[in-house]
Structures are given as structure tokens and as C-alpha cells.
Design a protein around this ligand. Structure first.
Ligand code: SF4
Length: 239
């Protein structure tokens, strides 16, 4: 059913029940995302897409639009709320962008630029989680994981549908795990997909690193904002 919602004071025509992040992007309004992938089920784990809907702060990827809905994206308190969430993610992991293999194609780094983050307002935790090298094809830089669960839900054994990645532990003890046997059986394209779908540099392919020259890396060619809005909401190809 055709409806209208209001985004930052502008009336936007759309269809009922579409995901708010997609509707906003189609209207040229960028809402940062880290766990959301257009066309995939909502994970709702990172909350970086928080906006005000009818006055209440909610994650836009979890909202299905309805007629008359009022959305505030560019509202100062909510803008700062999103920035704080990004800063928190930087503080909770070891994100040393200049030395990271994912630099220039890392969505967290790109979103950091979009929210004008310079330094985190929160104390850095400098976690020490053991790297996982058990797979012959990939390795895990666990200190960079933001626990978005993209790999857990969207990278599956193509034959059985079983999960290849999982999260163990709770709270500060949480860490990303990989089933090395299943990972080693992944086709090359799926390995590249797993690396790409990770919005940080936590999943890396062995034998490949720094392969794209500075200046030609993904977000240097097109900003995360332009990719999201150009794709019509969320990224069609992950990260
Ligand atoms: S390894 Fe990457 S994709 Fe998987 S949960 Fe961590 S940040 Fe997300």
C-alpha cells in the first residue's frame, strides 16, 4: 500500500512495511549501518542506525514504515547518540586503522569518518583475544570483532546450511569462533564473501593482504554514504 512518511521534515512517498533504512536511502538520506545488509534479515545488533521515530530513539533497520510516521535523522541529540555508539565500538576493540589490512575497505572506519569521529570519548579497553589460525584459508583477528553477527547468520555451509562462524562466551569474554573444517571446505568465492561481509578486519584470507593500492580501496573510490544511498539503502554488496 502506498503511504507517506516524513523524514527530517520532508514528505517521502513509499510502500507500507518497507525497512526504514531502505526508504531513507531511496530518498537520499543516509543512515549509517554496520550490521544491516539490504535484502537480508535484520540483525539489530549494532544500533548505529538509531534515529527518532515518532519521538522515540530506535534502530532504523528494525523499523517497518507505516503511514504518517515521523522520522528524525539529522536531530542533534540522535546524531551524537550514533556517534557515541561508533566511538564505543572503537574503544571496545583494537582498531589500529593505519596498520590494518582492511583499512580503506572497513565499514567501521568509513562510518567513523561519516559521523565525524576523531577520538573515542570512552576509555579504550585494549582487549587481548587470541588470534585463531586453525583454518588453512582464513584467520580471525578477534580483537577487531564488533559482534555484528553478519558472518554468523549470512555465511553458511552451502550443502548443509550449518553455521561456520559462531560467538562464544558472554559480555567481555565474548569472542568470534570459526569451524576450521567447514571454513577449509568453503569455495573461494565464499571465503571472499566472508571477508567482505565482515564490517571490520576480523575475518582475513590467508595469503592476501594490502593487495589494493592506497587511493583505489573500496571506500576511497566511493564513500560509504554514496554506496549506501546509491545502492538504495544498505549496501547491495556487503562492506
Ligand atoms: S567477525 Fe566480523 S562479521 Fe563476524 S561478528 Fe565479528 S565483526 Fe561481525
Amino acid at each position: 500500500m502506498s503511504i507517506r512518511i516524513e523524514i527530517d521534515g520532508v514528505s517521502v512517498p513509499t510502500e507500507e512495511n518497507r525497512v526504514l533504512v531502505d526508504v531513507a536511502a531511496d530518498a537520499g538520506v543516509y543512515i549509517p549501518t554496520l550490521c544491516y545488509v539490504r535484502g537480508k534479515p535484520c540483525l539489530g545488533t549494532c544500533r548505529v542506525c538509531s534515529v527518532r521515530v515518532n519521538g522515540t530513539v530506535v534502530a532504523a533497520c528494525t523499523v517497518h514504515v507505516s503511514d504518517g510516521m515521523t522520522v528524525e535523522v539529522d536531530e542533534p541529540e540522535t546524531v551524537d547518540h550514533r556517534k557515541a555508539l561508533v566511538e564505543l565500538l572503537f574503544a571496545e576493540g583494537n582498531h589500529n586503522c593505519p596498520s590494518c589490512e582492511k583499512s580503506g575497505r572497513c565499514t567501521l572506519q568509513a562510518v567513523g569518518y561519516e559521523v565525524d569521529m576523531v577520538v573515542s570519548r570512552y576509555p579504550y579497553r585494549f582487549p587481548q583475544r587470541e588470534r585463531d589460525h586453525a583454518s588453512e584459508r582464513i584467520w580471525l583477528e578477534r580483537d577487531r570483532c564488533i559482534f555484528c553477527q553478519r558472518c554468523v547468520e549470512f555465511v553458511r555451509d552451502e550443502t548443509t546450511g550449518q553455521k561456520i562462524f559462531s560467538i562464544s562466551g558472554r559480555g567481555a569474554e565474548s569472542r568470534i569462533e570459526v569451524d576450521a573444517e567447514r571454513a577449509d571446505a568453503m569455495p573461494d568465492e565464499q571465503i571472499r564473501y566472508a571477508v567482505d561481509i565482515c564490517p571490520v578486519g576480523a575475518i582475513l584470507e590467508k595469503g592476501i593482504g594490502y593487495d589494493v593500492p592506497i587511493g583505489r580501496r573500496k571506500y576511497e573510490v566511493e564513500s560509504v554514504r554514496d554506496r549506501a544511498v546509491g545502492a538504495g539503502g544498505g549496501e547491495v554488496t556487503p562492506t
